[in-house]
Design a protein around this ligand. Structure first.
Ligand SMILES: [Fe+2]
Ligand SMILES: [Fe+2]
Length: 174
């Protein structure tokens, strides 16, 4: 359950919070952990597929974050402002289609979390006690998992219900 203060926060403030507290650290995490993922995936036969799947995972999360920052979050903010002023929404039908037809973002959250769990499982299954890179990747993924659970929970319980509401309103317009 997210804290009560988030439920009443304006979308603009929520978005600023999510971007600063959760999105920015994800980019830093990727920069720091990537060299160590490359090292351990070459060193341990049980992790030989890790490098490839990690590249794909990074690309998918960065795409997800970009869709949120560039399309979805600004659309909810704009909708909220228009709704408060009780004005008509001046969107072209292709803009509406684009906003409505975003992939299922909550489903993405679930898939990313499954990848993190599977990765942690395979990282912990190799015999590499005392290996700096292996410990770095494991600790990094564990912290990443804790942060990401709070991140998804906040989005799922505050921003995405607002997003669903906006999609419903837009569907009425086409
Ligand atoms: Fe996000
Ligand atoms: Fe998200």
């Amino acid at each position: 359950m997210v804290e009560e203060r988030f439920k009443t926060m304006t979308t603009k403030k929520l978005v600023d919070y999510v971007e600063k507290i959760y999105h920015e650290p994800i980019k830093i995490f990727f920069t720091e952990v990537t060299p160590h993922v490359n090292i351990v995936s070459k060193k341990y036969s049980g992790l030989d597929k890790l490098q490839e799947s990690f590249v794909l995972f990074k690309r998918n999360i960065i795409n997800h974050i970009n869709r949120e920052e560039v399309i979805i979050f600004p659309a909810i903010i704009e909708y909220e402002e228009i709704y408060e002023r009780k004005e008509d929404m001046l969107l072209t039908s292709s803009e509406i289609e684009k906003i409505i037809n975003q992939a299922d973002m909550k489903n993405d959250h679930k898939r990313f979390e499954d990848f993190i769990d599977k990765t942690l499982e395979s990282l912990k299954s190799v015999e590499g006690q005392g290996d700096f890179s292996l410990d770095f990747v494991i600790n990094g993924f564990e912290k990443f998992k804790r942060d990401i659970q709070k991140h998804w929970e906040l989005e799922n319980e505050t921003l995405y219900p607002r997003w669903t509401e906006l999609q419903q309103e837009l569907r009425k317009m086409i």
